[in-house]
Design a protein around this ligand. Structure first.
Ligand SMILES: CC(C)(COP(=O)(O)OP(=O)(O)OC[C@H]1O[C@@H](n2cnc3c(N)ncnc32)[C@H](O)[C@@H]1OP(=O)(O)O)[C@@H](O)C(=O)NCCC(=O)NCCS
Length: 172
């Protein structure tokens, strides 16, 4: 089993096709034909390889935001998916840890995600995020609310402030 971290644009075509198949299966309730990374591509994707089989995927983004109007750069994690055959073996946790290592290389102190189930991420250091969050919704309108199941992890000694957060774009 191997974890790799790479830019999405560097993925060989066969790997990209397999990755989309994994994502389509993991997010099968999503009506879109292809997994939508959003208007801003992730900086890197983390892939879990079992031989030639793509068993896991995570997208790690960096985003310039404001916290209480002060500019900051945070990490965002999305697209966490593990093949059904490989679940409950700690692979999602390992991919999140790899994303955190990437954020630390970029001197990013906070990672934020929007969880389907918060229980998945607590052991990776995430806690509920209570900030009022401004973001662009799917229909293009801007919303200000405490986003249900949004979570934050502090990656350095910095303390995440519970102040209004402007994502300056959509969630991931
Ligand atoms: C969610 C998913 C990524 C978990 O992958 P995984 O490799 O099985 O997760 P791990 O084995 O690393 O487990 C990490 C933690 O999450 C918990 N967990 C795993 N699946 C869970 C689930 N469906 N609901 C709640 N908790 C879950 C584990 O018990 C573990 O908890 P612990 O660290 O406190 O012991 C995988 O089930 C999946 O791809 N699901 C479909 C897509 C999806 O829902 N992605 C998440 C979007 S936020």
């Amino acid at each position: 089993m191997k974890l790799i971290r790479t830019a999405l644009t560097n993925l060989p075509r066969d790997i990209a096709i397999q990755t989309q198949a994994l994502l389509r299966n993991a997010y099968r309730d999503d009506p879109e034909p292809e997994y939508n990374y959003g208007p801003q591509l992730p900086d890197v994707v983390v892939l879990l390889l079992d031989g030639n089989f793509i068993a896991g995927h995570l997208a790690a983004y960096t985003r310039d935001v404001t916290i209480d109007t002060a500019p900051a750069t945070i990490g965002l994690i999305g697209g966490v998916a593990v093949a059904e055959t490989h679940r409950l073996q700690g692979h999602a946790r390992a991919m999140v840890a790899e994303a955190h290592r990437y954020f630390v290389t970029r001197a990013i102190a906070f990672s934020v995600l929007f969880a389907a189930s918060p229980a998945i991420y607590r052991s990776s250091g995430y806690r509920d995020m209570t900030n009022t969050t401004r973001f662009m919704d799917h229909d293009g309108t801007w919303k200000d609310l405490v986003y249900r199941d949004s979570m934050v992890a502090e990656l350095a000694n910095a303390h995440w402030p519970s102040r209004p957060l402007d994502l300056c774009g959509p969630t991931v």
